[in-house]
Design a protein around this ligand. Structure first.
Ligand SMILES: Nc1nc2c(ncn2[C@@H]2O[C@H](COP(=O)(O)OP(=O)(O)OP(=O)(O)O)[C@@H](O)[C@H]2O)c(=O)[nH]1
Ligand SMILES: [Mg+2]
Length: 285
């Protein structure tokens, strides 16, 4: 095998064109409508400079316990908390920890503006500060910080790494009522059917992006806010031919604090996937 082809993870490509430092690859094995030249990036060597973005709204009990657990996963990791003026004072607590811990950064927003815009603000901050990859993670301990090294390892081979609760026919969710589990499982079946993205868990919020993906996606045009946000980001990345990889994660329902899930978030996901598909058909995604 040609070593540089392995470095670019394009062993299966059928034609490679090089223009300066940019490589374009053509994949014959994709369905006809996707057979076009795709820009490719070299694999990241070693542990990338990574930022963990943690959006918070009323997570005062969780955040002080979570921060040290994240930071001890890798000495290079940094955290950005995006707090939406939490009435319980989470933002103030984050500032206090940040005074002692230079690897913690805090972004304050005026009010509850939603998860999607919190992540977009975090991505823009991370791009400005030259991070090579960015992780998304909830503050409520549903996402285990111990999984972070697996993401950092996998992002060396993929452009987007999704933490999956439904990989290989296994359901790795703990403590959810059966109704919530069924809702999540069938939301995934539905989203996969409408968008065509070939992954097991499209709605999960524990994931990692290379900066090239976030540079390629027009972040100001990302419209969704709840679960749909996760679907939209993966769909946009997949349509741009980025490599999506999945790793299994154990998802545990929150112990402390209140869920921000709502009927509005569910309905947004139901109709939004059709809008995303519509935009994609017209090449406007
Ligand atoms: N900045 C910001 N963070 C939010 C907002 N809504 C939720 N979050 C945070 O996003 C993460 C996920 O929210 P959750 O309430 O756990 O929602 P969920 O994980 O979809 O639902 P449950 O697991 O059932 O609680 C948590 O860290 C929340 O504090 C928001 O409007 N702004
Ligand atoms: Mg949660």
């Amino acid at each position: 095998m040609v070593p540089w082809k392995r470095r670019y993870n394009i062993e299966n490509s059928h034609l490679v064109v090089r223009i300066g430092r940019t490589y374009l690859a053509f994949f014959l094995n994709l369905p006809p409508k996707f057979r076009r030249l795709k820009r490719i990036h070299p694999l990241i060597k070693g542990v990338p400079r990574a930022l963990v973005i943690v959006p918070t709204y009323n997570e005062r009990e969780n955040l002080p316990r979570l921060v040290p657990l994240i930071l001890r996963q890798d000495p290079e990791l940094e955290i950005l908390v995006v707090d939406d003026g939490s009435p319980d004072g989470t933002g103030r607590i984050a500032d206090e920890i940040a005074c002692e811990e230079p690897r913690l950064h805090v972004l304050h927003r005026a009010g509850k503006l939603g998860l999607g815009t919190a992540y977009v603000a975090g991505f823009k901050w991370g791009l400005e500060h030259d991070f090579e990859c960015m992780l998304e993670m909830d503050a409520d301990f549903s996402h285990d910080p111990e999984h972070i090294p697996k993401f950092l390892e996998a992002i060396q081979r993929f452009d987007v790494v999704l933490g999956s609760r439904y990989l290989h026919g296994r359901v790795t969710v703990v403590n959810w009522p059966i109704t919530r589990l069924l809702l999540s499982y069938f939301a995934n079946v539905y989203a996969r059917w409408v968008t065509g993205v070939p992954v097991a868990d499209l709605t999960g919020g524990f994931k990692c992006f290379r900066r090239e993906v976030l540079e390629a996606i027009p972040l100001d045009l990302v419209e969704s806010n709840g679960y749909a946000f996760q679907i939209e980001m993966s769909f946009r990345a997949w349509r741009r031919r980025f490599r999506l990889g999945e790793i299994p994660i154990m998802f545990v329902d929150r112990d402390i604090g209140v869920s921000k899930m709502s009927r509005r978030i569910i309905w947004e996901a139901v109709w939004r996937v059709w809008r995303l598909r519509w935009l994609s058909i017209w090449g406007k995604l």
